[in-house]
Design a binder for this molecule. Sequence first.
Ligand SMILES: C[S@@+](CC[C@H](N)C(=O)[O-])C[C@H]1O[C@@H](n2cnc3c(N)ncnc32)[C@H](O)[C@@H]1O
Length: 223
Amino acid sequence: MGGPGDDVREAQAAANRPLFLGALGREHLPSLPEVDEALRAGGRVADIGCGEGWSAIGIALAYPAATVDGFDVDVPSVEAARRHAAEAGVGDRVRFELADAASVGRDGDYDVVTAFECIHDLPRPVAVLSAMRRLAGEDGYVLVMDERVAETFSAPGDDVERLMYGYSVMCCLADGLSSLPSAGTGTVMRPDTLRRYAREAGFSDLEVLPVDDDFFRFYRLIG
Ligand SMILES: C[S@@+](CC[C@H](N)C(=O)[O-])C[C@H]1O[C@@H](n2cnc3c(N)ncnc32)[C@H](O)[C@@H]1O
């Protein structure tokens, strides 16, 4: 029988699975020419904080020549991700590894490095972003998807802002603070906060990408 941890993990996976198996590979990634081209050409992807694996599987299903390595620190997530990839018939091109993303040392191995709805949860986001920068090397594309919250605080916030503050108080902020030292970001991570983390990780800047999604904002981290 599962516990509350199972519920949170499974709810996270179930909430994002339609996006990852649908619009991500059908609309969002094809709208980014450099990413689309790299994946069509059989690019290698590192998916950081991959959870139960649906983003990695969605990318592999949409791009039959691409290979994806997913990394996550959570044992049950990695086990579920491997099972899901096998059931989806992409187990030969999608592999999952139990690892703290901050210490994955395959510098420059990847054409595209992704983190889907994950950076705001991390106690030490700068360490993970530094690793993503190394994994992408000189030529790789670093793609972050996180919440489409307002660019600045205002009250009352819009519906997305209110929903994300709810998630933050009930789940993400506590989760992020469960391992110290922690940046204590919470779900409401605004573009300026991610820009600050990215610069501390060695990137020169970030670009907000023109991806049309009600809940998520897509960023390219540059340099
Ligand atoms: C909110 S979940 C997102 C999961 C998935 N990307 C999705 O969108 O459904 C954040 C994930 O990051 C993982 N995680 C947290 N710290 C990590 C670290 N240092 N290295 C790798 N994964 C990490 C968690 O175990 C969790 O699966």
